[in-house]
Design a protein around this ligand. Structure first.
Ligand code: SAH
Length: 322
């Protein structure tokens, strides 16, 4: 997964423009402007809860084409004292996407980083608001297959020069209390801990949005997408997007254990509606006279709140000054 996504020359994120019509997949901010706008309102709320500090960092992990940040900054501009306080930092592994982001976000002063660790290292001693949409699902997972008397790790090997899945035993034969496939996301654990420690030290909030589940599921959620259709992950390596559902309970536990006490979990639909998305949609429709554009606004809104609104989940973590 690591090689297929991040290999410097051939990796999926390194050589393609993965998102949008010509890419492998599309995302909520690409579907409706309301998505980024509602996150903008959420950022205003967080800033106020932090006591409206004169400086704060807004850090986005995996900004894609920069659309979410663009929609969000448009909302923040309506609040001049907040807009002056903001320092935007982005974590982006792909040089190609970084270029696109630079083009779209040329108005605001922004600092780019390749890793979360670098970014957090640069966002010290100041409240930090972190957002991540469809970032954690991209991080490479490991799969462990629990059978009655043995646990195996799923691996990729070669059979007559063909890539195939196989499994290798990982422990001495023993009975496992788990049945099914256990997915572990080692980088998510590391990043979760880094975020929690940072927010605890400097205060702030995080908003993590992704497809995933809260109650632990012992099943295979690994998926490959080639040009908007499901495909074989062992074919067209580097052309295919590989992801897995996010285990939000594991992430919430991690944040909680590291001291982030205020954690809220909800669906994307619940989040958007709680920020007033219906009112914003009605306002946009009342301002628009072109019937085609009105229709696009409605279909986009439906897509991000109906099917995607249930599949996608939101984890909010807060650490405010006492
Ligand atoms: N948030 C955007 C894009 C989601 S796609 C949107 O909603 O449209 C995933 C994004 O995370 C891309 O920008 C990708 O290049 C970036 N990314 C994936 N893995 C990464 C990693 N390990 N480190 C930094 N960025 C990563």
């Amino acid at each position: 997964m690591n090689l297929c996504l991040y290999e410097p020359e051939h990796g999926f994120y390194m050589k393609n423009t993965p998102i949008g019509r010509e890419g492998a997949f599309t995302t909520s901010p690409e579907i409706s402007q309301l998505f980024g706008e509602m996150i903008g309102l959420w950022v205003i709320q967080q800033w106020q809860d932090l006591g409206s500090p004169p400086n704060f960092f807004l850090l986005e992990l995996g900004p894609g084409r920069g659309t979410l940040m663009q929609d969000l900054l448009r909302v923040l501009k309506g609040n001049p004292s907040l807009f002056q306080a903001i320092r935007v930092h982005l974590v982006e592994i792909s040089a190609r996407l970084e270029e696109i982001q630079k083009e779209y976000l040329s108005e605001a002063p922004i600092t780019w980083h390749h890793t979360v660790e670098q970014a957090l290292g640069d966002c010290q001693h100041t409240p930090t608001i972190i957002i991540a949409n469809e970032f954690f699902d991209a991080l490479p997972i490991r799969q462990f297959i629990h059978q009655e008397e043995q646990v195996f790790e799923k691996v990729v090997s070669l059979d007559q020069n063909q890539l195939v899945f196989s499994q290798v035993p990982v422990t001495e034969p023993k009975k496992s209390p788990i049945k099914g496939i256990e997915e572990i996301n080692p980088l998510m654990q590391v990043v979760g801990l880094q975020i929690a420690n940072h927010l605890k030290k400097f205060t702030g909030s995080c908003l993590i949005i992704d497809y995933g589940y809260y109650e632990t599921q012992y099943r295979d959620t690994f998926q490959a997408l080639y040009q908007h259709s499901y495909s074989n992950p062992l074919e067209k390596c580097g052309e295919t997007d590989l992801t897995a559902h996010v285990n939000f309970k594991a992430l919430a536990n991690q944040l909680g254990e590291a001291g982030i006490k205020e954690l809220t979990f909800m669906t994307q639909k619940e989040f958007l509606e709680s920020m007033g998305s219906k009112v914003r949609l009605a306002h946009l429709l009342s301002q628009e006279s072109d019937p085609e554009k009105k229709k696009d606004l409605c279909t986009g809104y439906e897509r991000i709140t109906e099917e995607m609104g249930q599949l996608f989940k939101v984890l909010e973590g807060k650490c405010n000054p006492r």
